[in-house]
Design a protein around this ligand. Structure first.
Ligand code: NCD
Ligand code: ZN
Length: 353
């Protein structure tokens, strides 16, 4: 057994479903899953019911998180057509402004170019704008960010044309960063039949093998790893109208370690993408006395039924993964050990408080 010590991982993109869909996940179960996966800080997305776009909805989410979160967290604000004037006032309380420009789960959506530009114009220059953008909308976001002087962060890049465009923008000195999920590194549309028709629904969709290869060949362009942990129940996933989304917090680290074993990045490169870059991009405080201990040689078989996420399934069901989190220490307190989450709900802190 080779135990390695890594800093607590930071996931800049999770959906903990509170408020509005706590049958899928809540701050309690979602942050337990985070700790089990080696994450000590997660940034939560605003596509809730109701969407987090106002001072009132933000306050309700903050209250739920304060009571229930077991690890540290930040909250991203949503960009809607209802908060073009007011979003910037809330910037000090959140970790970024999230814009949904393409179809995905939930009603939070910006459809017109004018709203996109108006949001970017008003948002503070020193805070990132996160974009759910696919294909041509990636170009629109990069251009809008460039013209308005904003830092645009492209979420869950899944395709060759997108990562190639981001590389070209970076080469021109444009301020843009991006993230890639473990499922887009390890799955493609060819895996969909095995996962199942409803269960394999995710946005962005599982792409072609050539896209997956392009992402793996572009690690120098990829700033962050992000799970896009998006739990839905099995009943929902297996229904005639399956919502898109995969849980990911509890399977991410062994997959990131696999990229190291494959020689695509170094362990330092992993730490940059899973800790240092998210901290820098989202301006997160250092978590003192915080680390994880990982048995990097331990093989284990993924079983959804054994996970902490409330949805209790995973697209990696039955996979043998290598690398297991043994222990997590957060701010000097042991919060996870050998399959048991020790931090109580309420232990987690809001990174902006
Ligand atoms: C996410 C969800 O379920 O909230 N679904 C997904 O397929 N990724 C929304 C999103 O991040 O697009
Ligand atoms: Zn997401």
């Amino acid at each position: 057994m080779a135990t390695i010590r890594l800093p607590g991982l930071i996931d800049p993109h999770v959906h903990l479903r509170e408020p509005g869909a706590t049958h899928k996940e809540d701050y309690d179960s979602g942050t337990a899953a985070a700790l089990a996966g080696g994450f000590t800080c997660v940034l939560d997305m605003p596509n809730n019911t109701p969407p987090i776009t106002t001072a009132e909805t933000l306050a309700a989410k903050q209250a739920a998180a304060r009571l229930k979160a077991r690890c540290d967290y930040g909250i991203h604000l949503g960009a809607g057509t209802d908060n073009i004037e007011s979003a910037a006032w809330l910037a000090p309380q959140v970790t970024g402004l999230k814009m949904y420009l393409d179809q995905t789960f939930g009603p939070l959506r910006l459809d017109d170019l004018d709203s996109l530009i108006q949001h970017m114009d008003r948002w503070p220059d020193n805070r990132p704008v996160l974009c759910h953008a696919e294909g041509r909308t990636v170009a629109a976001c990069i251009m809008a960010g460039h013209l308005t002087g904003k830092h645009v962060h492209i979420c869950h890049v899944s395709r060759k044309d997108e990562i190639d465009l981001i590389r070209r923008a970076k080469d021109k000195g444009i301020q843009v960063t991006c993230e890639v999920t473990p499922h887009h590194f390890f799955l493609s549309e060819e895996d969909a039949p095995k996962i199942g028709p409803g269960r394999s629904e995710v946005r962005p969709r599982l792409a072609k093998g050539t896209d997956r290869s392009a992402l793996r060949a572009s690690l120098e362009v990829i700033d962050c790893f992000a799970t896009d942990h998006a739990p839905h129940t099995l009943a929902e996933k297996d229904s005639p109208k399956p919502p898109p989304g995969f849980p990911g917090l509890e399977t991410a680290l062994p997959l990131y370690l696999e990229l190291v074993r494959e020689g695509l990045i170094t362990i330092e490169g992993l730490i940059d993408r899973a800790v240092n870059n998210p901290r820098r991009i989202f301006d997160l405080p250092v978590q003192p006395e915080t680390w994880i201990e990982v048995d990097e040689d331990a093989d284990w078989i993924v079983r959804g039924a054994e996970t902490f996420t409330r949805c209790k399934w995973t697209p990696f069901e039955g996979w043998t993964l290598r690398g297991r989190v043994l222990r997590v220490v957060l701010r000097g307190t042991e919060v996870y050990r050998n399959g048991e989450v020790l931090a109580a709900p309420g232990f987690g802190r809001d990174v902006r408080m």
